[in-house]
Design a protein around this ligand. Sequence first.
Ligand SMILES: NC(=O)c1ccc[n+]([C@@H]2O[C@H](COP(=O)([O-])OP(=O)(O)OC[C@H]3O[C@@H](n4cnc5c(N)ncnc54)[C@H](O)[C@@H]3O)[C@@H](O)[C@H]2O)c1
Length: 443
Amino acid sequence: MQAAVKIATATAGEALRERFAARTARVGVVGLGYVGLPLALEFAKAGFSVTGIDVEEEKVARLNWGDSYIQDVSSDLLTGMVNNNRFSATSDFSVIAELDTINIAVPTPLRKTKDPDMSYVVAACQQVAEHMGPGKLVILESTTYPGTTDELVLPMLERTGLKVGEDFFLCFSPERIDPGNPKYHTHNIPKVVGGITPACTEMGRLFYSQALEKVIPVSSTSVAEMVKLLENTFRMINIGLVNELAMMCDRMGINIWEVIDAAATKPFGFMPFYPGPGLGGHCIPIDPFYLSWKSKQAGIEARFIELAGYINGQMPHFLVDKVQNALNDAGKPLKGSHVHVLGVAYKRDIDDVRESPALDMMLLMEQKGAQVTYSDPYVPTLRLCDRELKSCDLLAMGAQADCVLVATDHTAVDYAAVLERARLIVDARNVFKNHVSAKIVRL
Ligand SMILES: NC(=O)c1ccc[n+]([C@@H]2O[C@H](COP(=O)([O-])OP(=O)(O)OC[C@H]3O[C@@H](n4cnc5c(N)ncnc54)[C@H](O)[C@@H]3O)[C@@H](O)[C@H]2O)c1
C-alpha cells in the first residue's frame, strides 16, 4: 500500500513537473479582479495557456474582447494574449476538469459584525471540488485567517476521495500586489508559498518560479496565511500610531509631517508612515480583523488591532471637524457651505474607492448639512449610498466651493492651480508641503 502511494505521488508530481517545464500545463485562475487578472496574465506572458474563471459574465465578455478593467493591466497586453490563445475567460466552471493548476483569488470581505465572510472562498472551492481530478495543484491566494486552507479548503477537496500531497497538491500563497505601484508588480514581488505537505510546498514553489522572479517557500499553509496578516497588521497599526500622533501634534501646534520627515533621516530603526483621513482599500482596513477573529478563538484579544482600528476610524471625523473649524474661522458654518472633495480613491494614483475614507467624509459632511461635490481624475463616477455622483471640473468647482478638502494625493493634479483658485483648503495629505498660505489648513 505504502509503495503504491509513493508511485502515485511520483506519477502525479512528475507529470505536473514535466508540464511546467514544457509550458504545457494548463493554468487556471478563479476570480479575475485586482489580484487574479494580473496573475493570470503573468503566466500567459511566461508561455502558458491560461483560463480565467469569474462569476461576472460582463467581466468575462470584456476580457475576451481584450478590454481590461484593471488599471495595472493594459488592454494591449490582454489583447495580445487573447489573440495568441494564451488567455481566455469563462464563467463555466466545468473547464476546471481540464486544468492542471487552479489559483483562487476571490474576495474575502468582513461581515457587518467584523467576522470573516468566507462565502466567496467556499463557493469557489465547491466549484473546484466538483470538477476536481488527480494531478492538480490548487492554490488559495485570497487573504484569510490562519488555518483556512487546512481547516476549510482541504476537507472540501478531500471529500472527492483524492489524497493531498499524493493525488493532488494544495497550497496557500498570499498576494502582495500594490495597485498603482510603478516599481513593484506581480512579476517582481517575492512570492511566499506554503503547502499542506512538503510535496505541496515544492509543487507550489516550482509553479510560481515558472513566471515570477522570486519564490519563498515556507513550512505550512498557516505560516503563509499569517505572513500576509503580519504585513497588513504591521501597516494598519503603524498608520494608527501616526494618526494618533497627528492628532496630538495638532493639539500641540506641531507639524506632524515635518516631524516624520526629520525622524526618517535616521538611517536605521525607523520606517516612516504617514497620517491621513483613515484606511481604505480591500486589505489594510479588513485583513487584520481576520486575525483578531481567529485569535479570539484561541483566547487572545488582539488589542493592538482593535485600538488601531478605533484610531483610524476616528480620522474621517477628525478631518470633518477640521473642515468645520476652518469654515467657522472663515465666518461660514459647515451647514449650508459647499465643500469640494479632491480625490476619492483610497490612495494615490489608483481608481479603487473600496472602503475609501473620502466617502465617509463626504457622507459626514452631508449629514451636517454641507453641499458636497468631488473631483478625481481616476474616478469619473461614484456611488454614494444610493446616488450616482459625477466627478466635476476641479478648478471651476474648487474656485466656487467654500472649502476644498484634499482627501487623496493624486500626482496628476495641478495643486498650484488649486491653491490659486480655492478660498480655503484642508489638506489631509500634505500635498501643499512646500506652500505657505493662510488659505491652507494642514492635518
Ligand atoms: N486588491 C488588492 O490590492 C489585494 C492585494 C492583496 C490581496 N488581496 C486579496 O485578494 C483577494 C481578491 O481581491 P481582489 O482585490 O482581486 O478582489 P476583486 O473584487 O477585485 O476580484 C475578485 C473577483 O472574484 C470574482 N468572484 C467572486 N466570487 C467568485 C466565485 N465564486 N468564483 C469565481 N469568481 C468569483 C468577482 O467577480 C471578482 O471579479 C481578496 O482576498 C483580497 O483581500 C487584494
